[in-house]
Design a protein around this ligand. Sequence first.
Ligand SMILES: *Cc1c(COP(=O)(O)O)cnc(C)c1O
Length: 455
Amino acid sequence: MKTLVMDASKSDTWVSRSLAAVWHPCTQMKHHEGMPLVAITHGKGPWLYDDRNRAILDCISSWWTNLFGHSNPFINQAIQAQLEKIEHVMLAGFTHQPVIELSEQLAALSNHQLGHAFYASDGASAVEIALKMSHHYWRLAGKPDKNTFVCLRNSYHGETLGALAVTDVPLFRNAYGALLSDVFSVMSPDSRQATHGESANDVALRAAHELETLLQREHHRIAALIIEPLVQCAGQMAMHSPQYLRLARALCDQYGVHLIADEIAVGCGRTGRFFACEHAEIWPDFITLSKGISGGYLPLSLCLTTDAIYNAFYSDETARGFLHSHSYTGNPLACAAALACLELFKTEQVLEKNRDRARDLRAAFLWTHDDPRIEHSRQQGMILAFDIRASALPNPNAFARDVFSLGIQEGLLIRPIGSTVYVMPPYILNTEQTMAMGQGIRSVLDRILPIPSPS
Ligand SMILES: *Cc1c(COP(=O)(O)O)cnc(C)c1O
C-alpha cells in the first residue's frame, strides 16, 4: 500500500510525480527543468516546511491569502467545530448560521452601506458576479445598452473570461483576446507616472480627466467602472492616491455608472483599513472580496452590494431575480474560517497592531531607498514593493525565477512580478522576523544583481 506521508528519501519522487501529473498554475511547465518545484509537507505560523524539513518564510502570504499564519490554532478549531455540525449544504432554499453571521458582520463593516452578500468560491467568480449584477441592474432599469465596462490600464481582476476582459495584463490575456468582449481601458493613476514636480494627487487628477472624457462620450453604453482601490497588486504593486477613488466615485455618480471596488487583494486590512475604500471615505456600489477573507484556508469569495441594487431584483417575476449560482456558494466550513478571522481582527486589535508592523516593514526595507539599483520604493500598509532599474538587471527574463529559486535557498518565499520585488506578509511577523526578511531579500538580490562600484 502507498504511504500518504511525504518522506525525505522520496523527495525527488514527489517532484517528478507532480511534474508528470499536476499542471501547475501560472507556470510555463518547462521552466521547472531549471527551477525547483518545492514539495510542502506542513506549515506553522509564517513558516512553510518542505519535504527536507527546510523552513521557508512565507513573505507573500501564499499568493496574498494567508492573514494569520499557517495552521493557526484558532482558525483550525473553528473549522473543526463547524465540521462536526455540517460540512456543506446548498444555499438555494437553505441557510445556516456561519453564512448569516458572516454576511451580517460584513454589512456592519461597510457601515451598512453594502448589506447584501452574494457568495462564490474564487475571486474571479466574485468579479463575474459584480459585472453580471451591474449590467442586469441596468437592464432592469430600462437601460439594456449599458453592457460594457471600464477598467484601468494595468488592471487585474482574474482569469475567467469575463474577469479577463477587464484585466489589462498582456501576458495573461493576449492568447485569449478573440474570446473576450470589448471593454474600455483608461489611464491608471499609478503614481510612478509622476513627471517632475507632479504629486501622486496630480497623477490621480490626470487619470480622472481621462475617465471623465470617456464617461462623457460613452456613459450610455457603460454599466460600471471596475478598479483595484489603492494598489494594482498583480500590476506590479502599482499604488495610487486615495484622491483617485473620490474623483472616480463622483464621476460615476455624475454619469450614472456603477463603481465596482475589487478588494480581493487589498481588502481585509491589507492597506491599513479593513476596506481600502475607507482611506478615501467612499463606498462603491459593489465590493468583491476573496483571498484573505477566509484567512487563506478555504476558497471563499463574495460580492457585497447596496439596497438599491438588491431591491431592483426583488420582484414576483423569477427572471428579474439574480439567477446565478456556484455549487459551493456559502460553504459553511469556509464561512466558519472567515468568521474566525473577523473574530481575530477584533480580539487581537489587528488593524491597530498592523500600524506597528507596517512601520517595521518600512524599517526593514529602508536600505532600498538609497540603493542605486532600485527605484520607486513604496508602501501601502502591509504591502511593500520596489522596482529594479532596467540598467541594473542583467537578465530581465530570468530575474523573477532566479529570485524565487535563490529565495527558497535562503529560506524565503518571494516571487517578483517582472522586475518588481514585493512583500505582503501575514499579520503575525515580529520585528526580528521582519528585519530578517529585509536582510534576506537584500542578500538574495546581491547574489543576482551586480553591486555597482561607488562612483
Ligand atoms: C487574485 C485576484 C483576483 C482573482 O482571484 P482568484 O481567486 O485568483 O480567481 C481578482 N482580482 C484581484 C484584484 C486579485 O488580486
